[in-house]
Each structure stands twice: as C-alpha cells, then as structure tokens.
Design a protein around this ligand. Structure first.
Ligand code: ATP
Ligand code: MG
Length: 266
C-alpha cells in the first residue's frame, strides 16, 4: 500500500556557535499510512521539533527526502498542517480570525472562509467563542483553536508538536480524547510529538522512539489495543513500562556521554 507520508534518510545539523556543528538528525526514515496516528517520543533536545519542521517544509534538511503520496515535496510546500510547541495564536485576532488565517493567505473568499471556519469551530467545540481574543480563552481552548486553524485548510497531514504540554492533567486528558474524536471526523494522518509516554500509548496507532541527539530511531511499537482505550488497562500499562525502560536506558547513556563530550565540534 502507498504510504501517505514517507520520510527518507533525513540528516540535519545546526551551527553550534563555536564554529562547530551540532548533529541533530542522523538518517531518520519512516512511513506513515493514511489515517494513522504516529507518535514520536524522544528525550528533550533530541531533534523532534527539527524533524516536524522538516516534514512540514518549514526547514531544509541537509540530506534526505519528504515524500507525500508518492511524490517528493520540496521545502516550502504546504501539504502539512502544523500545531506548534509554543502557543502561536495571533493575540490581536479573534478566535474566528485566527482560524481563518490560512484561508485568507490562500485567497479564499470571505463567504467560503466563514462557512469553513463555522464548520471547523463546531467540530473542535469552540462555538460561542468565535469573537473572543486569545487572552479571553483558556489554555485548553487555545489549543483547540490552534487545532481548528490547522485543520481548516484540510491538510493531507497534520504534525503536532507536544500539543498538550503545559496543561493540567485533566485538560490534557480531555484534549487527547477530543483530538482523537476530531481525527475520527476528519480522517487526518497525524505525526504527533510527545514527551509523555502515557499520552503516546493512549493515542497512537504506532510509536517511534528516538535516541538522544543525534536522533536515530531506536525502537518502534505498534499499539495493538482497540480505541477508545482505557488509560489504566493492563495492556496500556504493559506498553508503558516497556517504553519507559528504553527511555531510562537512553537517559543514562545521555548523562554519561554529556560528562565525556558536551558538544560535537568539527
Ligand atoms: N535554529 C537552531 N540553531 C541552532 N541549534 C538549534 C536550532 N534549533 C534547534 N537547535 C538545537 O538542535 C537540537 C534539537 O532541537 P529540537 O528543538 O529539534 O529538539 P526537541 O527534541 O524538539 O526538544 P524539546 O523536547 O525540548 O522540545 C537542540 O540541541 C537545539 O539546541
Ligand atoms: Mg521540541
């Protein structure tokens, strides 16, 4: 079967400010099927955001390809929607104006913008808040508005960067369920970056685990539990404990390596 998204041999390094480089991605390759929710888990600073930015065409890799539905896409393409790690709503725009932003950029008529923003605002459950500004809504509602803003342009693929961090546990759990419900309605293919093992096990069809920088794929788990899942079920807890064991080993490696060689230089 044709993959919706293929990531092929991505390599990326950044200048480290000391006339050397920091190698961040080390030949990352994976495929995502249509409608799949793939989570990427990895230690802080390993290169998850870098990976998503390259997939979304916001950052150029040093080497490797991004292939959408069998066709290679170049940096700057707009086939992938993005939910950013930091809150990124425009503070001077209302909820509706934020949601319609991508449609405005595409030159969609005001009537069509209104129709599409109405639909998606309903889907994410933000009706009644269309005319509120970001400072007048909660953190959870801001995340839903960002989801709506990404989905309104009907992207083939959505990447979400720690979409629910900095929220209390209850809101986080609620938004995870909402996110799955919305995916059920839109059929989106999703790459979801997370720090949180419970979240990844609860939501994902498959989980990729990245090593410390430079990131390589060190393990892959298909989560064979029917949805909706029960977070505290034996099956979820079994995946959780396997994954946590691997993360613990990576963390220990990182701590011992950082004592030996804090940065990579050329
Ligand atoms: N524009 C940049 N210039 C130089 N170095 C960068 C740049 N962006 C990221 N880095 C470095 O690349 C590494 C990976 O960063 P990235 O943001 O991709 O990690 P991450 O896995 O998303 O981390 P976190 O879990 O903390 O969000 C880090 O060491 C970071 O300091
Ligand atoms: Mg990040």
């Amino acid at each position: 079967m044709l993959s919706k998204l293929s990531v092929r041999n991505l390599v990326k390094a950044y200048p480290n400010g000391n006339s050397g480089i920091t190698q961040v991605l080390d030949s990352i390759s994976f495929d995502v099927s249509e409608g799949e929710l793939l989570s990427v888990l990895g230690p802080s600073g390993c290169g998850k955001t870098t990976l998503l930015k390259i997939i979304a065409g916001l950052l150029e890799p040093d080497d490797g390809q991004i292939i959408v539905e069998g066709q290679q896409v170049e940096t700057g393409h707009n086939r992938v929607g993005y939910i950013f790690q930091q809150e990124s709503l425009f503070p001077w725009r209302t909820v509706r104006q934020n949601v319609e932003f991508g449609l405005e950029v595409k030159g969609v008529s005001p009537e069509e913008r209104r129709r599409r923003s109405d639909d998606i605002i309903k889907i994410v459950g933000m009706e009644g808040f269309e005319n509120h500004f970001p400072h007048e809504i909660s953190g959870g509602q801001a995340r839903k508005t960002e989801m709506a803003r990404s989905l309104v342009v009907s992207p083939d693929i959505l990447v979400a960067d720690e979409a629910f961090s900095n929220l209390d546990a209850q809101t986080r759990n609620y938004l995870q369920e909402e996110f799955l419900r919305i995916q059920g309605l839109t059929g989106s293919t999703i790459v979801f970056v997370s720090h949180n093992v419970d979240e990844a096990v609860f939501m994902s069809d498959r989980i990729l685990m990245l090593s410390n920088r430079p990131a390589r794929i060190i393990a892959e788990y298909k989560i064979d539990i029917p949805k909706p899942r029960v977070r505290t079920s034996q099956e979820c807890l079994a995946y959780r404990s396997k994954i946590l064991d691997i993360l613990r080993v990576e963390q220990q490696k990182a701590m011992s390596e950082s004592k030996l060689k804090p940065t990579v230089s050329t």
